[in-house]
Design a protein. Structure first.
Lengths: 296, 274
């Protein structure tokens, strides 16, 4: 045994043993399946049938698959609106709640965070109860005020709007917490200097807050985008992808083609498309986090 | 001065309004679960139940397998959390306090697995679990997601800051490596253990996709699965469903209220740097 000058310890057996459970799990349940998934995307494969190599046939079929592209564009639309609105809303909450000077600030933070604690299944159930056509409270209130009930979840355009709104409601608090941490990391001297220079509040926001919050905003952007591409539970509970295909997203389509239509190879090809999108955003996140470290 | 004051009153008003919009949906569900079935949809609707009752809870506890789902979920969440904390702390310790060949490569690969969430490997995971005979077993939900890149990352970041001198002193005293870990490192890691444990518990309690892929046997299902099935029926028994939903929400709220300070610091550490 010899001690390293930095105090770290040179050894191979002990650390590898400590790492063993994680390495085994990562290898068995992430890395091997990922490689397997890639291989499967070039095959025709059912649960009970032997795989057959068919080259790029799945991918060329995918190019002409209208349902897949419908779910793809649904996911994009959902992602675009959910992510951008979450960012605006969460940033607004964070701006109001990061100063540690407002009375009740901590209580407000906790209140806004509460929906993030709930599973997407329970969120979906709660909102289906609230938005029900006949018996939901929102339509009840609309009717008592003399209006008509609205088909929140059964009209093809409104269903998407409802899903997006509920997603924002459910997740904004989480991103608010990240943004508050980012805002609190901005040195207060900068704000003091701006005040002395007579900078207006909007001006300070644009020229100090936004630039210094850039990397945090980017992290929020990436995390929210990845989450939006993984979305599944909310739709499963609230609309089942309907009406028609109006709110069907990629993950749900993969699940259906794989496990209900028993086309594992073809569904794997769809997964690969999803994996490429998610990987791209994760790489951006790594880049940003790396930069963050170099500032410290 | 005056301007500032009006602004802050406006801010308060806005915050109160938004907080109500955030909380009322949850309160509506919870309060409705205490209404008798006859009152649930009776016009005019009332926010506070007129006749408080716990009959929905009694009937949902009798309905089908709900107690089984509940105990399955408790088992999965508790065992998974213990396993996640242990193996991620071990991995974080190996990466933080030893020098060995391939250390940085292993760390990079572990973090890079963030790129491959379950949603993109559902199909090969399903086949892998089938091959290993882990389908329809609670262990199939517990073990595969127990190693988490974020957990390893948080553990490593924390352990790097612990002084090496203590570990060296223990070594000089003749302590073996595993003894150092369990007797010295684990007791010093309480804050990070708490953080990882809380997030693991919350995630497992709320998770739907893993159970969906692993479990088809009705008696092995978790609460979230049961809720999703319940809401998928043609005729939804809302009284029972709202009671079950409230039961599913209570543990996460309790954990949050008890460990609030870990939540916000944990999110900041795990996301901004993860």
């Amino acid at each position: 045994m010899k001690a390293h000058t930095k105090g770290n310890f040179h050894q191979t057996a002990a650390p590898l043993l400590f790492l063993l459970p994680n390495i085994l799990i990562f290898a068995t349940f992430i890395i091997i399946p990922a490689i397997q998934g890639l291989r499967m995307s070039f095959t025709e494969w059912g649960v009970f049938t032997e795989p057959r190599f068919i080259g790029l046939a799945n991918f060329s079929e995918l190019l002409g698959d209208e349902v897949f592209w419908k779910t793809f564009s649904n996911t994009l639309v959902y992602s675009l609106f959910t992510v951008s609105l979450i960012m605006v809303y969460a940033l607004m909450l964070a701006m109001l709640l990061h100063k540690n000077s407002l009375k009740g600030e901590k209580l407000f933070r906790s209140l806004f965070y509460i929906p993030s604690l709930l599973s997407m299944i329970t969120v979906g159930i709660a909102w289906r109860f609230i938005l029900g056509d006949e018996m939901g409270i929102i339509n009840y209130l609309l009717r008592t005020m003399g209006g008509d009930g609205v088909r929140w979840l059964t009209d093809s355009k409104l269903a998407m709007v409802s899903i997006i709104t509920v997603s924002i409601w459910a997740q904004a608090g989480y991103y608010m917490v990240i943004l508050i941490a980012g805002l609190q990391a901005i040195p207060t001297e900068l704000y003091e200097a701006a005040t002395i220079d007579g900078s207006s509040a909007p001006r300070t926001f644009v020229s100090i807050t936004l630039p210094l919050l850039r990397s945090t905003l980017l992290v929020v952007l990436v995390l929210a985008t990845i989450a939006s591409f993984k979305a599944y539970e909310l739709i499963a509970v609230m609309t089942k992808g309907g009406p028609g295909y109006a709110t069907k997203f990629i993950v749900q389509q993969v699940y259906q083609v794989a496990f209900l239509e028993d086309r594992l190879g073809y569904a794997s090809a769809m997964s690969i498309v999803l994996m490429i999108i998610i990987s791209l955003f994760t790489v951006v996140q790594f880049k940003v986090s790396g930069k963050e470290k170099s500032y410290e | 001065m005056n301007k500032n004051k009006t602004l802050s009153i406006l801010q308060y008003a806005l915050l109160v309004l938004l907080a109500l919009a955030t909380l009322l949906p949850v309160l509506w569900v919870v309060l409705s679960s205490f209404k008798p079935q006859s009152e649930l949809f009776r016009v005019p609707l009332t926010f506070i139940p007129k006749d408080w009752t716990i009959q929905n809870y009694q009937s949902s506890l009798r309905a089908g397998n709900f107690p089984v789902y509940f105990s399955n979920t408790v088992f999965v969440a508790v065992v998974s959390t213990a396993l996640t904390v242990l193996i991620n702390l071990m991995a974080g310790y190996a990466l933080a306090k030893y020098i060995f060949k391939g250390r940085d490569v292993i760390f990079t690969i572990m973090i890079a697995t963030l790129m491959i969430p379950l949603q993109v490997i559902m199909i090969p995971i399903f086949l892998q679990l089938k091959n290993l005979g882990m389908l329809n077993s609670l262990w199939g939900i517990i073990i595969p997601p127990a190693a988490t890149p974020t957990g390893v990352f948080l553990a490593r970041q924390y352990l790097v800051t612990l002084p090496n001198s203590l570990i060296e002193a223990a070594r000089i005293d003749g302590a073996r490596e595993h003894t150092i870990f369990f007797r010295l490192i684990v007791p010093m890691s309480k804050p990070i253990v708490a953080t990882i444990a809380i997030f693991s518990f919350m995630w497992r309690w709320n998770d739907y996709l893993w159970p969906l892929i692993v479990i088809t046997d009705n008696r092995k299902q978790t609460i979230q699965q049961a809720l999703a099935n319940f809401v998928g029926q043609l005729q939804i028994n809302w009284s029972d469903l709202l009671a079950m939903t409230t039961i599913a929400i209570i543990p996460v709220i309790v954990v949050f209220l008890a460990f609030q300070r870990f939540f916000f610091s944990g999110i900041a550490a795990g996301s901004v740097k993860g």
